[in-house]
Design a protein around this ligand. Structure first.
Ligand SMILES: Cc1cc2nc3c(=O)[nH]c(=O)nc-3n(C[C@H](O)[C@H](O)[C@H](O)COP(=O)(O)O)c2cc1C
Length: 277
């Protein structure tokens, strides 16, 4: 089934209430597993795939160089992005795009005409794990949201699908871009919705690497907006993570206390089971 005007999935039963609980830039704990070791970190829920809750797929953003990319089976992509970031310190005179472009044939659609995507930098495709095409099989996650006022916890679990300008696209995913749109358009839609400050952070020093004097200098220049980088150079490190939900565990701690498990039965069918809290 493709996600288009003629055949939209129905809004998942849980999505409407879940969305009503969320504040703008709602944070949650995103948990993944790497070699049997659990990792949790705070992330911002940035809305739904294609800006439509009928997709039932949550969107978050991350840095290609961050450790969580390992948990998604994208370690060589992560390392390549880190390697490319170790280029000479940016200065006002430096070419803002030190990465080879893998998207030279990509033409921005008119809606993104503000940014020259064709010149946006990206880690080289050869550096990407050949088996890392976005698939629904091996990048499990759990996202834990707690809403203190109504005392509700929502745990969403399923699979993560990574999207970036450089990564292979999820061609076998049952949801596909609406007619006339591409996965790269979706990457750019999410990128364009970020604040300038957020976009700039993607050309900062690699997250988690030892802090050198050069990094400190770059961070300082970035904070003052004088690092000389074109904001779009951060696109090389920009990754959209699609959280494809298969199970929702909903707990209400206020009376009447209740707990409901909602599981995906098929592409757009969900089963609901009340369970003991
Ligand atoms: C309030 C808040 C919001 C955050 N939002 C995100 C986010 O949306 N995406 C992200 O990758 N990291 C976000 N971070 C940083 C992560 O919590 C984490 O430190 C970083 O992603 C590195 O995690 P990793 O080493 O597991 O990849 C946020 C941190 C805070 C404190």
């Amino acid at each position: 089934m493709s996600f288009d005007e003629s055949h939209l999935p129905v809004t998942p039963t849980w999505a409407r209430e879940f969305e009503s609980l969320c504040e703008p830039s709602q944070t949650f704990t995103l948990c993944t597993v790497s070699d049997g070791v659990p990792h949790g970190r705070t992330c911002v829920f940035r809305g739904w795939l294609f800006d439509d809750r009928r997709s039932g797929v949550l969107v978050i953003t991350t840095d290609a160089r961050s450790d969580k990319m390992k948990d998604l089976g994208l370690d060589s992509y992560r390392k390549s992005a880190i390697k490319n970031s170790s280029s000479p310190e940016p200065s006002p005179s430096m070419n803002p795009s030190p990465f080879p472009s893998v998207i030279s044939n990509y033409k921005a659609s008119p809606s993104q005409s503000g940014i020259d995507i064709a010149n946006a930098s990206a880690a080289h495709i050869d550096d990407i794990d050949k088996n890392s095409t976005a698939s629904l099989s091996n990048s499990p996650f759990e996202g834990v949201f707690y809403f203190p006022k109504p005392k509700k916890q929502v745990r969403l679990s399923g699979q993560i699908i990574p999207l970036s300008l450089a990564l292979p696209k999820p061609t076998d995913y049952f949801i596909q871009p609406p007619p006339g749109k591409t996965w790269n358009d979706e990457v750019m839609r999410v990128w364009n919705a970020l604040s300038d400050e957020m976009r700039v952070s993607f050309h900062g020093p690699p997250p988690g690497q030892p802090l050198s004097a050069q990094h400190e200098k770059l961070l300082d220049a970035m904070s003052r907006g004088v690092d000389g980088n074109d904001p779009s150079s951060g696109l090389a490190n920009f990754v959209v993570l699609l959280l494809h939900v298969d199970k929702v565990d909903y707990v209400q701690l206020k009376q009447p206390i209740k707990r409901t498990i909602i599981t995906r039965a098929s592409e757009d069918e969900w089963n609901m089971q009340n369970v003991c809290p």
